[in-house]
Design a binder for this molecule. Structure first.
Ligand code: MLT
Length: 409
């Protein structure tokens, strides 16, 4: 008899964005003539920039010749890309490190990292939260059951981030072992400054905990004193793993490339108290379960760091930043309470008249043909909130805002 991993049965019916996509496709089937504007999942619309396309073509041609053909590459990524990452993403911030693992996505890495931690670790997440952090811990048995009454999993420590605390999570009151932080935050679009982040680093040091820091949206930071990397914080190299992605930065949501930094100064412990390098475990995990990102894609990622590549991807980021401003200003002027959107491509809005998130979703879809993501899908504290993304075209962004404003006038 084949027994299943019953932890999967604790999960909510389907992954948030799958539920949203299903609802939208049903609506489109029933209303084939209605134009739907999607500001739901954070998927980009700007095409891959010319410098990157050129590098991909060149790399593809290399694969066509016996002398330059490549088969399996290093599981951790080619040195040319790792060096470009170190030089451009970290050296400029004054951070010295070289422990990069190139992968096919920050979502995969955030999900897979749980493999190297003991099932008995206590996990802390913010509420609302990017669902991958919680769902992968549920799958691997680090939570108890889901409590329908309060919308929370047992044995998980929730750190509420809401308007009342300026979206700054409080340190856990009890001892936790693994802390997830996503900054700039998905879904709220808010950030922590260095002082606020330092408190988490100090907590992790004191409690021998680890911070899993998702920096997938760092390229959208516009304000000073907002850290782009957790390693800008003193002591973080001893307690943090950082995830980065080319998805939103360079439009790689379909191309797939990301990386994870696991410094050789971050340790975990055995039951008998022996210190073990997490880098060693992650390396073992990756070499066993992953065969590396394709050569063509890694050359493409490398090209995002060339002067032309940098300039071109920055233009796209600016384009999305302008969309974020269009949404934020437009909704603000119409009387909505709006958060995020300054250092992030996500806009987090309070639903009018305390409308439930899913009711707001249905109203917007049915009456305005605009898709967003219900805040409650990210956690209990997201109830009564709604997330819009800035990744659409400028034209559709303007149209969507005017439709929302008209609907709630
Ligand atoms: C989101 O919409 O939250 C993101 O696109 C999801 C992801 O990056 O996996």
């Amino acid at each position: 008899m084949i027994y299943i991993n019953e932890n999967f049965l604790k999960l909510q019916n389907s992954y948030l964005f799958t539920t949203v996509a299903k609802k939208v496709s049903e609506f489109q089937k029933n209303n084939p003539n209605k134009e739907v504007i999607k500001l739901g999942i954070g998927d980009v619309t700007r095409p891959i920039v010319p410098a990157v396309i050129e590098a991909m073509h060149k790399a593809t041609d290399e694969l066509s010749k016996a002398e330059t053909f490549r088969g399996y590459g290093p599981e951790q990524g080619y040195d040319f890309l790792k060096q470009a990452i170190i030089d451009n993403d970290f050296k400029d911030l004054g951070i010295e490190l070289d422990e990069i693992f190139v992968s096919d996505g920050a979502k995969s890495d955030c999900g897979n990292i749980v493999d190297i931690f003991c099932k008995n670790n206590t996990v802390a997440i913010t509420d609302p939260v990017y669902p991958v952090y919680i769902d992968t811990n549920v799958m691997s048995g680090r939570s108890g059951d889901y409590n329908e009454n309060n919308g929370m999993y047992e044995n998980i420590v929730y750190m509420p981030t809401k308007k009342e605390n300026d979206f700054v999570p409080e340190l856990p009151k009890q001892k936790v072992d693994i802390i997830y932080l996503c900054l700039p935050n998905n879904p709220t679009g808010t950030v922590l400054n260095k002082k606020e982040l330092k408190k988490f680093v100090d907590y992790a040091k004191e409690n021998k905990a680890i911070i899993l820091f998702d920096a997938a949206y760092e390229a959208f930071i516009t304000e000073k004193d907002i850290p782009h990397s957790i390693y800008e914080i003193e002591g973080a190299k001893d307690v943090a793993i950082e995830f980065r992605s080319f998805s939103k930065t360079a439009g790689f949501t379909g191309v797939r490339c990301a990386y994870t930094v696991v410094p050789k100064t971050v340790f975990g412990y055995t039951k008998t108290g022996e210190k073990v390098l997490l880098n060693k475990l992650w390396n073992r995990r990756m070499t066993t379960k992953f065969n590396g990102v394709s050569y063509v894609v890694q050359r493409a990622a490398e090209a995002t760091y060339t002067p032309d590549g940098r300039k071109q991807i920055m233009e796209n980021i600016k384009y999305y930043q302008e969309n974020a401003k269009i949404i934020k200003d437009g909704l603000n002027e119409a009387g909505f309470e709006v958060f995020g959107g300054v250092n992030s491509p996500y806009i987090w809005l309070k639903t009018p008249n305390n409308m439930k998130s899913w009711d707001f979703f249905d109203k917007l879809l049915n009456e305005a043909g605009v898709v967003g993501t219900p805040g409650v899908g990210f956690g209990n504290c997201g109830e009564g909130y709604f997330r819009l993304t800035a990744f659409s075209t400028k034209e559709n962004t303007i149209k969507a805002v005017s439709r929302i404003v008209k609907l709630f006038k």
